[in-house]
Ligand binder design. Structure first.
Ligand code: TYD
Length: 195
């Protein structure tokens, strides 16, 4: 089973991804992974994030290349072994974030990004969505990179809502506005129930 964690910056999902790694809720041998990945593909993505003038379409393809390598090198082998895979960000991050960066460029940007993935991606079985208002997310994340402004995260958040609307059965909504400890406990509970 492939479980992904999604949400706008500052939603606290990475903290929960770490908490899951240390918890007894997940079976031994669970593969914990993330996008952008720890690889040269991921390094290329991080270079692009750091470049305020990066071309958004080129950036989409860097993220997507990283996703392809992630599936081939990490996700598929782990699923083939029968392992649980828990990924901090995955394909929905591209649909929501690049769906927003490409807004002026295509008529239906999110559809365009999904179309590029569909022939080969491995969709998640379950997605924990860390729900927080974009303003709070931007504040919490400290607006450290070009994606972290409240106005931009607002669009990203709207895109996530559209994804949830289209596939309600895949998403588990986590109220990420609660205290860190409460969010952690909610996530551990949710994963325990899932398994
Ligand atoms: P992430 O590593 O989750 O952020 P952080 O550095 O706060 O831990 O992701 C880096 C940034 O890249 C984040 O702002 C979200 C963005 N992103 C996309 O725009 N598209 C994607 O496909 C992914 C995976 C991330």
């Amino acid at each position: 089973m492939l479980v992904t964690l999604e949400g706008v910056d500052g939603s606290g999902k990475t903290t929960c991804w770490r908490a899951l790694q240390e918890s007894a809720v997940v079976p031994q041998g669970t593969t914990f992974t993330r996008e952008p990945t720890d690889s040269w593909y991921g390094d290329a993505v991080r270079d692009s994030i750091a470049d305020d003038n990066a071309d958004p379409l080129a950036e989409l393809f860097l993220y997507t290349a990283d996703h392809a390598a992630h599936i081939t090198n990490t996700v598929t082998p782990a699923l083939d072994r029968g392992d649980l895979v828990v990924s901090d960000r995955y394909s929905d991050s591209r649909y929501a974030y690049q769906g927003a960066t490409l807004a002026g460029r295509f008529e239906r940007p999110m559809r365009f990004v999904q179309g590029i993935h569909e022939p080969w991606t491995r969709p998640p079985d379950v997605t924990l969505y860390f729900d927080i208002d974009p303003e709070t997310g931007a504040k919490r994340s400290g607006a450290a990179n070009k994606f972290e402004t409240a106005a931009y995260l607002e669009q990203v958040s709207d895109n996530y809502e559209r994804l949830i609307e289209a596939e309600r059965e895949r998403f588990v909504r986590i109220d990420a506005s609660q205290s860190r400890e409460t969010v952690k406990a909610t996530v551990l509970d949710a994963v325990e129930t899932l398994l």
